[in-house]
Design a protein around this ligand. Structure first.
Ligand code: NAD
Length: 497
């Protein structure tokens, strides 16, 4: 079969006006950090993008003090309606600067421009619009009498959706009346710093949003600071565990959004064309750097060969390369350290007896790349079926009955998300009810909406982001627990097209 050749269609970088150095954003201003600055590079080319400050302990103190002042003097005294106006303003500025933000995100993170342009940045604006609408309704939402903000929120986020994770953290915290100090991941600080410019443009009172950059040590100092009232962390389970230990016994309210190992379950009556697209989107979206990625395909035995054959031919059409090219499907792996982890776990998969298949594609000379890969003959005990690879690697397992699918799907320490593909609504609901996963997609995958709560069970963490639950995480609520936990899990159904 021959495929159409695509001419290069790179998005212009002219819109991006990067500074050669970025400081910390504290109290409404950029200032130099006291730690050792570090380089930010493009994972697709390894070229230097800019130099970024590191916040040391004194900088963390200054950021938390600025957030505390802003909380006491302005933000906690402002009406919800006025807070909402600022959030609406931020949302509109994100939309105005959307092309620039998308280019910066793809350059810094390595994700394809079509994803940052059509998924990440629109969702960032949607998150701010959504929570702007909540700011003046807190007293009327079943959150108890006089729901009160917590104070200063310390927020630490990962590198896979840098700007989107920032929005998931900052929008509900501000809407609820808290001030924030946020630390982006060290490999992807750029869009958080552009967001700091948006905060200035929106004329937010100084200190309401503070952005401090640096690696794990900065995160430790922030989370451990005595004067923060809330800790919101998204990242790996081992770091989440360390944070839970460090804040145990303190007054800090904690949410942890951690890793996942989602099962994507395909029954033999599933609409196969849709399911193939859903499987591809489930694991190869954002190079598989997705906490809720459908990394374990559970396919009914009778259709295994057909599904695997069709998947291989679909994967052979994916284009890997320049993240800024509008035709690119698979971008760069975010860092050499992450590439090493993906390679190591894939080698272990092979050594443990799984069969490896890799899509043929030309790997660029520089940068960090991993071609889409499928493992078949995987058993539940294999490490690639248990551990988060966090890359474009799919493990295929089989089942014969719904009960076996459920048992295998739940056979993981994680519990973040799952997918179910079937023509029968009753089967979808019956299976969804037995899966230990916080988010379940039916005949679709990787759909996000600010109104839908997102979060995990077991080692995937606790707390929910999105929806009313997301704002409750940033409030002292007197509501009965049952009133805040009506949705044990959220099930999103795709339209059968
Ligand atoms: P990571 O845990 O290594 O780092 C996340 C952030 O924590 C970074 O900003 C890092 O600098 C900081 N950090 C590191 N050590 C710290 C410490 N001891 N104390 C405080 N902060 C510390 O994770 P990562 O590799 O950046 O991200 C990938 C992980 O994130 C994956 O496991 C993925 O599943 C998870 N994730 C989860 C969700 C979710 O919503 N559940 C969303 C996205 C990513």
């Amino acid at each position: 079969m021959s495929f159409l050749e695509y001419a290069p269609a790179p998005e212009s970088q002219a819109i991006l006006n990067l500074r050669s150095e970025y400081g910390l954003f504290i109290d409404g201003e950029f200032r130099e950090g006291h730690g050792t600055p570090f380089a930010s590079i493009s994972p697709a080319t390894e070229k230097h993008l800019t130099t970024i400050s590191t916040a040391d302990g004194a900088d963390v103190d200054a950021a938390v003090a600025a957030a505390r002042r802003a909380y006491d003097r302005t933000w906690s005294r402002m009406s919800g309606a006025d807070r909402g106006k600022y959030l609406f303003r931020i949302a509109r500025l994100v939309q105005e600067r959307s092309r620039e933000l998308a280019v910066a995100e793809s350059l810094d993170n390595g994700k394809p421009i079509k994803e940052s342009r059509d998924v990440d940045v629109p969702l960032v604006a949607a998150w701010f619009f959504y929570y702007a609408g909540w700011a003046d309704k807190l007293d009327h939402a079943g959150l108890g009498a006089n729901p009160a903000s917590l104070g200063v929120a310390a927020q630490v986020i990962p590198w896979n959706f840098p700007l989107l994770m920032l929005a998931w953290k900052i929008a509900p915290a501000l809407a609820a009346g808290n001030t924030v100090v946020l630390k982006p991941a060290e490999t992807t600080s750029l869009t958080a710093l552009l967001f700091a410019e948006i905060v200035q443009q929106a004329d937010l009172p100084p200190g309401v949003v503070n952005i401090i950059t640096g690696a794990g040590a900065t995160g430790v100092a922030l989370v451990g600071h005595d004067d923060v009232d809330a800790v919101a962390f998204t990242g790996s389970t081992p770091v989440g565990r360390a944070i839970a230990k460090s804040v145990a016994g303190t007054h800090k309210k904690v949410t942890l959004e951690l890793g996942g190992k989602a099962a994507n379950i395909v029954f033999d009556d599933a609409p196969i064309d849709q399911a193939i697209e859903g499987i591809v989107n489930g694991i190869f979206f954002n190079q598989g750097h997705v906490c809720c990625a459908g990394s374990r395909l559970l396919v009914q035995e009778s259709i295994h060969d057909e599904v695997v054959d069709r998947l291989k031919s679909r994967l052979s059409t994916l284009r890997l390369g320049d993240p800024l090219d509008k035709n690119t499907d698979i971008g760069a792996i975010n860092s050499s350290a992450q590439l090493d982890r993906i390679r190591a776990l894939s080698d272990i998969g092979e050594a443990e007896g799984a069969e490896r298949w890799t899509a043929e594609c030309t790997i660029p000379e520089n940068g960090f790349w991993f071609a889409p890969t499928i493992f078949t003959n995987v058993s539940t005990s294999h490490r690639i079926a248990q551990e988060e690879v966090f890359g474009p690697v799919l493990s295929v397992l089989t089942f014969r009955t719904p009960a076996e699918a459920i048992a295998k799907a739940n056979n993981t320490p994680f519990g973040l998300s799952a997918g179910i593909w079937s023509d029968k609504g009753s089967r979808i609901l019956a299976v969804a009810d037995k899966l230990r996963a916080g988010v379940i997609w039916a005949n679709t995958f990787n759909r996000f909406d600010p109104a839908s709560p997102f979060g995990g069970y077991k080692e995937s963490g606790y707390g929910r982001e999105g929806g009313r639950h997301g704002i409750a995480s940033y409030l002292k609520t007197a509501a009965p627990a049952a009133a805040l936990e009506p949705t044990r899990k959220s099930v999103t159904k795709g339209a059968a097209k």
